[in-house]
Design a protein around this ligand. Structure first.
Ligand SMILES: Nc1ncnc2c1ncn2[C@@H]1O[C@H](COP(=O)(O)OP(=O)(O)OP(=O)(O)O)[C@@H](O)[C@H]1O
Ligand SMILES: [Mg+2]
Length: 457
C-alpha cells in the first residue's frame, strides 16, 4: 500500500483508479476493502467505486460515497452532470470525482449537488486531512452533514478547524414534526408511519413518538403481537415513563426498533394505559417540556422525529405541540372537514403563547395535507379544489403539494397478518414495503420529498 501519492504516475484512467483511489485515498480515508465495491452496475449506471461509509459501524444511517475516476486528459466539467445523476439516484450523500490532476469532492442534499472541495492532484497529500474531514470514514460516522466548504480549496488548517467548530455549534439538524388534527380518523397515524418509512428509505434516521393513548401507531408498527396481557411488554416502559421521570427513562432506554419497514426505524411506544395517567401527569409542570428536554440527548442519533398525536385538545396533544418544530395537519377535505381547522388554529395560538413563555419559537406549519382523499372523479375535480382553496383563503393555513388518496392498498398493508399455528399474528408493513410500485407508495414518497424540501432535512 502506497502511503504517498504522485499524480505524475497516473497516465490513464486505470492508474487513477488504482494508484490514487485504491492504494492511496481509500486507505487514507479509513475505508477497508469490505466497505467498498469497485465497478458496480446499478440500474444502467456503472460506478467506479461505491463506498458504504457508515452502515457497517452504525446501522441506523447509511451514508454512501461514490468515487469516479477519469482519464487525466478528460475535463471533469463534462462529467459533473452524469455524476450528479449517479449520486441522486443512489441517494449517495458524497461524491469524489477526479482525473488525477484535479480532485473534486461533492455533497448531495435533496437532489442538489454542491462542490465542497477542489484541489490539485499534487496537493492531495498535503490536503489529505481536509479530504478526510469531509468524507473520511470516522468523520462520516461521527457527524451527519459536513458544512459546505465551497471555494475552500486553499483552506488552512486553522480555518478548517474554525469551520468545523462553528458547524458543531450551529448544528441542530434533528427536525421534529408533529402530525396533528383534533378531528379523529383523518389519517394522522397512517401519515406518521408511512412517512417514517419513506424518510427512512431516503437514508434519514427516524424516530417515531406515539403520544396517542389509543396506541394505534405502536400497534401499526408491529410492536404489539398479542392481545394478551401476559405478553404485554410495553406497559412497563413506554412514553408515560419518559414523561413522568426526570432522571430515568431516557429516550434511548425506551425506544424499540420496528420492522414495519426496511431499513428499520425506532419508535417510542405508547400503551392504552396512558389514558389513565393524564391527571397525574398534568399535575407535574415539567411533563410539558419533558420530551424536548429528553430529545436533546438523542439529537445526534436521529435526523427526524415524527410525533403521532391524539384526536383531541388534551395534555398529550399539548405535549406534542410543545415539543415540535413543525406541524402537518392531515385532513380528508370532505364537505365541512375544514370547520375543524378553526379548533386547530385556536389551539395553536394557545400553544404558541406557552412556547413564547419557555423561549421557543412558534410552530412552523408545513401545511394542511390532503389525506384519505376520495378518488372518484367528481370529488377530485369539483369539491377538492374548492376545499383546498378554503384552507388557504379562509383559514390561512398553507396547503401541502402532496395528496394522499384513500386506497385499499394503504389499509391492507397495515392490516397484514401471518398465520402462526392457529393464530393470525399482526404483521403490518408500510405501503412502500407492501406494494412499492403502487400509486400510494409513490404518494408517500412524494410527501417525504416535500417534507425534506420544506424542512431542509
Ligand atoms: N390513504 C388511506 N387509504 C385507505 N385507508 C386509509 C388511508 N388513510 C387512513 N386510512 C384508514 O382510515 C382509518 C383511520 O386512519 P388513521 O388511523 O390513520 O387516522 P387517525 O387520524 O390517526 O385516527 P385517530 O384520530 O383515531 O388517531 C384507518 O383504518 C386507516 O387504515
Ligand atoms: Mg391515530
Amino acid at each position: 500500500m502506497s502511503l504517498f501519492f504522485n499524480p505524475e504516475k497516473c497516465r490513464n484512467e486505470t492508474e487513477v483508479e488504482s494508484k490514487l483511489i485504491v492504494h492511496y485515498l481509500l486507505p487514507k480515508l479509513g475505508y477497508p476493502p469490505d466497505t467498498w465495491h469497485q465497478e458496480i452496475t446499478f440500474s444502467r449506471m456503472r460506478l467506479d467505486f461505491l463506498v458504504v461509509a457508515s452502515e457497517i459501524v452504525n446501522r441506523k444511517s447509511t451514508v454512501m460515497l461514490v468515487l469516479e475516476a477519469k482519464h487525466p486528459r478528460q475535463k471533469l466539467d463534462k462529467h459533473v452532470r452524469k455524476f450528479k445523476r449517479y449520486l441522486t439516484s443512489l441517494n449517495a450523500r458524497y461524491g469524489l470525482l477526479t482525473n488525477g490532476k484535479i480532485v473534486q469532492v461533492y455533497q448531495q442534499i435533496n437532489n442538489e449537488l454542491s462542490l465542497i472541495l477542489q484541489i490539485q492532484g499534487h496537493e492531495v497529500e498535503e490536503k489529505i486531512q481536509e479530504i478526510k474531514f469531509l468524507i473520511g470514514r470516522d468523520e462520516l460516522n461521527s457527524t451527519k452533514t459536513v458544512p459546505s466548504l465551497l471555494g475552500s480549496g486553499s483552506l488552512s488548517k486553522k480555518s478548517l478547524s474554525e469551520k468545523y467548530q462553528s458547524f458543531h455549534q450551529e448544528a441542530k439538524h434533528m427536525k421534529v414534526i408533529a402530525i396533528y388534527h383534533n378531528k379523529g380518523g383523518v389519517g394522522k397515524t397512517t401519515t406518521v408511519i408511512n412517512l417514517a418509512a419513506a424518510l427512512r428509505k431516503k437514508g434519514k434516521r427516524v424516530l417515531v413518538i406515539d403520544l396517542d393513548s389509543q396506541a394505534n401507531t405502536t400497534y401499526a408498527l408491529g410492536l404489539v403481537k398479542f392481545h394478551d396481557e401476559a405478553f404485554d411488554s410495553i406497559k412497563d416502559k413506554y412514553v408515560y415513563h419518559v414523561l413522568k421521570e426526570k432522571n430515568k427513562f431516557f429516550i434511548s432506554d425506551v425506544v424499540r426498533e420496528s420492522s414495519f419497514s426496511k431499513p428499520e426505524f425506532d419508535v417510542l411506544p405508547c400503551h392504552i394505559d396512558l389514558m389513565h395517567h393524564e391527571k397525574e401527569l398534568a399535575e407535574i409542570d415539567a411533563t410539558r417540556t419533558r420530551i424536548p428536554t429528553k430529545l436533546v440527548e438523542v439529537e445526534d442519533k436521529y435526523d427526524v422525529v415524527l410525533i403521532d398525536t391524539p384526536p383531541s385538545l388534551n395534555l398529550y396533544a399539548k405535549v406534542a405541540l410543545i415539543a415540535t418544530d413543525y406541524l402537518i395537519i392531515p385532513s380528508d377535505l370532505k364537505p365541512f372537514a375544514n370547520e375543524g381547522l378553526l379548533n386547530v388554529k385556536n389551539f395553536l395560538t394557545e400553544i404558541n403563547e406557552f412556547r413564547g413563555v419557555i423561549g421557543k419559537t412558534p410552530i412552523k406549519v408545513l401545511g394542511v395535507l390532503p389525506s384519505k382523499i376520495l378518488t372518484h372523479d367528481k370529488f377530485v375535480k369539483y369539491v377538492l379544489p374548492k376545499m383546498e382553496q378554503i384552507v388557504v383563503e379562509r383559514y390561512e393555513f398553507p396547503l401541502m403539494k402532496s395528496r394522499i388518496f384513500e386506497r385499499r392498498d394503504v389499509s391492507a398493508a397495515i392490516e397484514r397478518t401471518i398465520e402462526v399455528g392457529e393464530l393470525d399474528i399482526p404483521d403490518p408493513r408500510s405501503i412502500l414495503d407492501h406494494k412499492p410500485d403502487s400509486q400510494s407508495a409513490e404518494e408517500f414518497e412524494n410527501l417525504a420529498k416535500e417534507v425534506i424540501d420544506l424542512t431542509d432535512l
